[in-house]
Design a protein around this ligand. Structure first.
Ligand code: ADP
Ligand code: GLC
Length: 471
């Protein structure tokens, strides 16, 4: 098949979260299954500068710009929309330096969807357009409006971000007025990119089976549970994978010492190096809990200070946190680190290398999310024998087997309620189990044996594509 992925981020060129990891890895896994795969992205400066050799695609028109072609790892074609007025801006793909949405995000992502659909008209060999998150959400609607043969699949990575705009801005889409309806783009008197995708894609997926069920409920459906229930026959949860070429303790060059399931002792060097790097006390007897996360309510980060404070004060645990996001949360963690110097270290940054060193050096990785479509850091933790501590929700529920709750092959710690109290209780259990060396090592081994590679996910997408592709 010929597959066109459409997204606003792709590793290693532009990343704000797990979306980039997925768009960087799934296409290569599909290529390995024998498909012809391209990825279309906006031409942000980081992409134009980082992509290596790019050459114009002759004969394909982009208003006010051009389409460029390059290569991604794994023999995947990279297609970049070069359009200075919309994309030639450094920094974050979605927000300006002060954290405000770019004022022309509507036009930026209309252009992405429009070019994607134009490509499918221009190249009738493309069998399948796979759009990711709201930024690419108009592409399936354009395909439908154009009557293009190409089938469409839309993946929800996060239902919380929908790209909602007012009716007076609808004309910018260039879509027919007839699509502005309750079973089209209309959303409570406004319209949204997400709704377009949910209404007009042939298949809808999200990134874990549990999240696929959760979003059918009013409490997690983000006001779209009605549409999702209407389309539930076409909705699937396909669990993300991990790119083990990037996240592998046996080869990870960011680590002080590489290690593996048969060389577990070497992990302690990474713990010591991390403690030293981040200014923590070198205290082998205390479990070191790592966090690598956006600091937001979704991630349950507001629960952490209240849950961990007394354990930090009692020298029972250490915390190494890397993250950025909400100003108030950043402030709360900075203050926590001040109060508990030596036991709590906080880096309010985005830092790939430190992310690897935390995943390799910590004993456990904490992901206490309120909702989590899939979550990748707990999967990295599993491979590194860094036991995930997670809330039972979405992809976290699908990937971590809790100690005690599921006695068979536990791989981490799971708690139910999104409260500091519940989190405190589970952290207490972590401290207890950590003292029992053989049990902890057993958990590490179980975790490290888990397989969450991309090959399985790529095959699941194959089956789905086969159902929706047109002759
Ligand atoms: P989400 O996409 O919702 O933020 P995921 O767990 O799917 O959550 O993916 C987050 C990705 O971003 C992971 O690859 C994680 O390592 C990375 N990440 C998050 N925060 C940081 C940070 N401050 N520095 C480096 N990497 C980070
Ligand atoms: C989103 C979700 C996260 C998921 C990622 C990749 O950012 O919040 O749970 O892992 O997309 O699919």
């Amino acid at each position: 098949m010929k597959i066109l992925h459409v997204a606003a981020e792709v590793l290693p060129l532009v990343k704000t979260g797990g979306l980039a990891d997925v768009v960087g890895a799934l296409p290569a896994a599909q290529r390995a299954l024998g498909h012809e795969v391209s990825v279309l992205v906006p031409g942000y400066p980081a992409i134009l500068e980082g992509a290596g050799k790019l050459s114009p695609v002759e004969g394909f028109a982009v208003p006010g710009g051009r389409l460029l072609r390059g290569r991604l790892a794994g023999d995947v074609e990279l297609l970049v929309i070069e359009q200075a007025a919309r994309y030639a801006r450094p920094g974050n793909p979605y927000v300006d330096a002060s954290g405000q949405d770019w004022p022309d995000n509507l036009q930026r992502f209309v252009l992405l969807g429009r070019v994607a659909a134009d490509l499918c008209l221009w190249d009738p060999q493309i069998d399948l357009l796979h759009a990711h998150d709201w930024h690419a959400g108009l592409a399936p609607a354009y395909l439908r409006a154009d009557g293009t043969r190409c089938a469409s699949c839309f993946t929800i990575h996060n239902l919380a971000f929908q790209g909602i705009y007012a009716y007076y801005e609808y004309a910018f889409t260039g879509l027919p007025e007839a699509f502005y309806r309750f079973d089209g783009l209309e959303f409570h008197g406004d319209w949204s990119f997400m709704k377009a995708a949910l209404s007009y894609s042939d298949a809808i997926t999200t990134v874990s089976p549990t999240y696929a069920r959760e979003i059918l409920r009013p409490d997690l459906g983000m006001q779209l549970d009605g549409v999702l229930n209407y389309r539930r026959a076409d909705l699937r949860g396909i669990l993300n994978g991990v790119d083990y070429a990037i996240w592998n303790p046996e080869t990870d060059r960011a680590l002080a010492r590489t290690y593996g399931i048969d060389k577990l002792a070497a992990k302690t060097h990474n713990k010591r190096a991390l403690q030293q790097d981040m200014g923590l006390a070198v205290a082998p007897a205390r479990p070191l809990v790592g966090v690598v996360s956006r600091l937001t309510l979704q991630k349950g980060m507001d629960l952490v200070p209240g849950a961990i404070e007394s354990l930090l004060a009692a020298d029972q645990i250490q915390l190494a946190l890397l993250g950025s996001g909400d100003r108030e949360l950043e402030q709360a963690f900075a203050e926590l680190a001040e109060r508990h110097a030596g036991n709590c270290a906080v880096s309010l940054a985005y830092d790939e290398s430190l992310a690897h060193r935390i995943v390799g050096g910590a004993d456990a990785i904490l992901v206490p999310s309120r909702f989590e479509p899939c979550g990748l850091t707990q999967l990295y933790g599993l491979r590194y024998g860094t036991l995930p501590i997670v809330r039972r929700t979405g992809g976290l529920a699908d990937t971590v087997a809790g100690y005690r709750a599921q006695a068979k092959q536990p791989t981490g710690f799971v708690f139910e309620t999104a409260s500091s109290r519940a989190l405190k209780r589970v952290l207490g259990r972590v401290v207890e189990v950590y003292r029992d060396g053989p049990t902890w090592r057993g958990l590490m081994q179980n975790a490290m044996r888990c397989e969450f590679g991309w090959d399985r996910a790529a095959r699941d997408y194959d089956k789905l594509y086969a159902r929706i592709r047109r002759g």
